[in-house]
Design a protein around this ligand. Structure first.
Ligand code: ZN
Length: 349
């Protein structure tokens, strides 16, 4: 069969090539790939900046935002042939740490977790893949190819859970949320904010195009100013850019008693404005919480599946702005101006 593979940490090594059929030891459920979403992590791996091949191998099958159709459910999964499934990305570390021991591998403490398509386990960008029944999540069949949005939705679901968990520390009635960044994560976060009945604001750099329209379609307010220039103090900020200046301004801007949830992973940048002790003083005097959130466990996968199933299909469909064939994977990895979520489509539904 064919797969998109890469030699991690070596730029220019990605290719669409023949690989052996998936090893039955990798799981009793055999799945035919339908589509795999592409994200910044895939780009980093292909650029040689990130990623680990499986032990004893030099190449890694790419892809972690999966959607597939069950070919053989195996003896124990409870799935049926033809069911749509998405594969959970992370696996617990082998020790395991206390978090992994209770199934919260998203909170892994020792960093020895593995991840399909990223860290030491082959991913989902192959014509067929196998998965352990307990890591195969059934996707609502009415979602169709939009089930490929489940993985990004799990990341957002966990972020929202973090915000709500922090809120339980005291009496808390949030009215509004600011989402910074109108990429797939930001837009899905905004969508869940609307589902929660909050006044939703989304901030990004563009001034027109599909991102702006998508924000307005769900009744949220779009801003293309900087965070510091907003004329309100958000109760919640979900930060999805990873840009230093946006993060710094968000921490200063969040309202009294408010929470900033960081989901974007950036690097460098100049610390613009306030010195760290001044920022801390503001957080102390206003009871602010800044919480980082990454990955997702099975609970988040389940809840994200429910949130997606409730969402408007037409709106979700507009998040998938481009579909490419597997042999054109390099084109899928190139960022184009109006891209939101690009997917590589392996087979039709
Ligand atoms: Zn762990």
């Amino acid at each position: 069969m064919k797969a998109i593979t890469v030699e991690p940490r070596k730029p220019g090594t990605a290719r669409f090539e023949d690989v052996p059929e998936p090893d039955p030891r990798n799981g009793s459920v055999l799945v035919e790939a339908v589509a795999v979403g592409v994200c910044g992590t895939d780009v980093e791996i292909v650029e040689g900046k990130y990623g680990w091949a499986p032990p004893g191998a030099s190449r890694l099958v790419l892809g972690h935002e999966s959607l597939g159709r069950v070919l053989d459910p195996g003896p124990t999964s409870g799935l049926k042939a033809g069911d749509l499934v998405a594969g959970i990305v992370r696996r617990p570390d082998p020790v395991p740490c206390p978090s992994c021991a209770v199934g919260e591998w998203d909170m892994c403490r020792n960093g020895r977790y593995t991840e399909r398509g990223i860290k030491q386990i082959d991913g989902y960008m192959s014509e067929r893949w196998r998965i352990e029944p307990e890591y195969a999540m059934k996707v609502d069949p009415s979602l169709g190819i939009l089930g490929v949005l489940l993985e990004p939705a799990t990341v957002v679901t966990k972020a929202w859970e973090m915000v709500l968990a922090v809120g339980q520390r005291s009496f808390w009635e949030p009215r509004n949320v600011l989402v910074t960044g109108a990429g797939p994560i930001g837009l899905l976060a905004a969508g869940i904010g609307v589902q929660r009945g909050l006044e939703v604001h989304v901030l990004d750099r563009v001034t027109s195009g599909p991102k702006v329209d998508l924000v307005r379609t769900i009744g949220a307010t779009y801003h293309s100013t900087s965070v510091k220039d907003l004329d309100f103090e958000p109760d919640i900020i979900i930060e999805c850019t990873g840009v230093g200046a946006v993060i710094a301004q968000s921490i200063v801007k969040v309202g009294s008693g408010g929470t900033v949830c960081l989901t974007g992973v950036g690097t460098g940048g100049v610390a613009g404005g306030a010195a760290i002790a001044d920022v801390a003083a503001g957080a102390v005097l206003r009871n602010n919480v800044i919480v980082g959130s990454v990955n997702a466990n099975r609970r988040h996968w389940y809840k994200a599946g429910q949130a997606l199933a409730r969402a408007n299909r037409e709106w979700l469909g507009r998040l998938v702005t481009r579909r490419e064939k597997p042999e054109d994977f390099m084109r899928a990895l190139e960022r184009q101006p109006d891209d939101i979520k690009v997917v590589i489509q392996f087979s039709d539904l």
